[in-house]
Write a protein that binds this ligand. Structure first.
Ligand SMILES: *Cc1c(COP(=O)(O)O)cnc(C)c1O
Length: 220
C-alpha cells in the first residue's frame, strides 16, 4: 500500500493549528516509504524495534529525528543511544538509570518520556502513579544528570469505547500537570494518541501524537 500523502497533509495541517507534533510511526515499513514522507517535510519518525531502527538510521538522512516508541530492553540501549532523539517508553527506574549510564559514556543527554500505564488492559507497559512519584523524586535528587525527562507517554485501551479512551487520556494529562519534576523547564511533552484515537488525544491536551497506519497503511 502506498504512503497516504493526502492524509498526511490533512493531519499535519490539523496538528499545526493545535501546536501538536507528529511522530510518523514507520515500524515494519520500508525505507522508501519513510523517504516519501521525509520529502514532504516530515522529520520525526518512530520505531519499535532496536534492530530495525538502527538499520534504518544507517540508510536514511541524518537529520531525521528518531523516536524509540517500543518496549526497550536495558541491554539494547547502547545500540540506539548515540543517535536516538527521544525514548518514549521508559517504564522503570532501572531503565532510566541504564539510559543515564549509556548517555554519560557518550557525553550526551538523552531525551526520555516516562510511560504511564493508563489503559485497563494488563498487557500494556508503564508506571503507576506511585512509581511515577518515586522516579520523579530520584530525578529531583539529581540522580540522572544525562537523562532529559521531557514529559509523559501513554497508550489508551485498544477500544471503540471513546469515553473510556477519553477518561484514560484525561488521567494522563492530570498526572502530567500534578507530577512535574522540581526543575521542570524541559517537562513539556505529553505523547498520547495513535491512528484510532489521536483526535480525542488532542482534545485532551496531547502535545505529540504517534501515527502509523493512517499514514503508511495497515501493518501485517
Ligand atoms: C505502533 C504504535 C503506534 C502507531 O499505531 P497506529 O495505530 O498504526 O497509528 C503508536 N504508538 C506505539 C507505542 C506503537 O507501538
Amino acid at each position: 500500500m502506498p504512503v497516504n500523502k493526502t492524509t498526511y497533509n490533512e493531519i499535519t495541517k490539523r496538528l499545526s493549528c493545535a501546536s501538536v507534533s507528529l511522530v510518523a510511526v514507520s515500524k515494519t515499513k520500508p525505507v522508501e516509504d519513510i523517504l516519501e514522507l521525509y520529502q514532504l517535510g516530515q522529520k520525526d519518525f518512530g520505531e519499535n524495534y532496536v534492530q530495525e531502527l538502527t538499520a534504518k538510521y544507517e540508510q536514511l538522512p541524518k537529520d531525521i529525528r528518531w523516536h524509540f516508541i517500543g518496549h526497550l530492553q536495558s541491554n539494547k540501549i547502547k545500540y540506539i543511544a548515540p543517535f536516538v532523539h527521544l525514548i518514549h517508553g521508559v517504564d522503570s527506574e532501572k531503565l532510566l538509570a541504564e539510559i543515564n549510564k549509556q548517555a554519560l559514556k557518550l557525553g550526551r543527554q538523552i531525551n526520555c518520556l516516562l510511560q504511564i500505564h493508563i489503559a485497563q488492559e494488563e498487557t500494556k507497559f508503564g508506571l503507576d502513579e506511585t512509581e511515577l512519584q518515586q522516579v520523579i523524586a530520584s530525578i529531583n535528587q539529581g540522580k540522572y544528570p544525562n537523562v532529559n525527562v521531557c514529559g509523559l507517554m501513554g497508550m489508551a485501551s485498544f477500544s471503540s469505547d471513546n469515553d473510556l479512551v477519553r477518561t484514560e487520556f484525561k488521567a494522563l494529562k492530570k498526572l502530567f500537570v500534578s507530577q512535574k519534576p522540581n526543575n521542570s523547564i524541559a517537562f513539556t511533552t505529553i505523547s498520547m494518541g495513535m491512528s484510532a484515537d489521536y483526535e480525542t488525544a488532542i482534545e485532551e491536551g496531547s502535545t505529540m501524537v504517534r501515527i502509523g497506519s493512517l499514514l503508511f497503511g495497515s501493518r501485517n
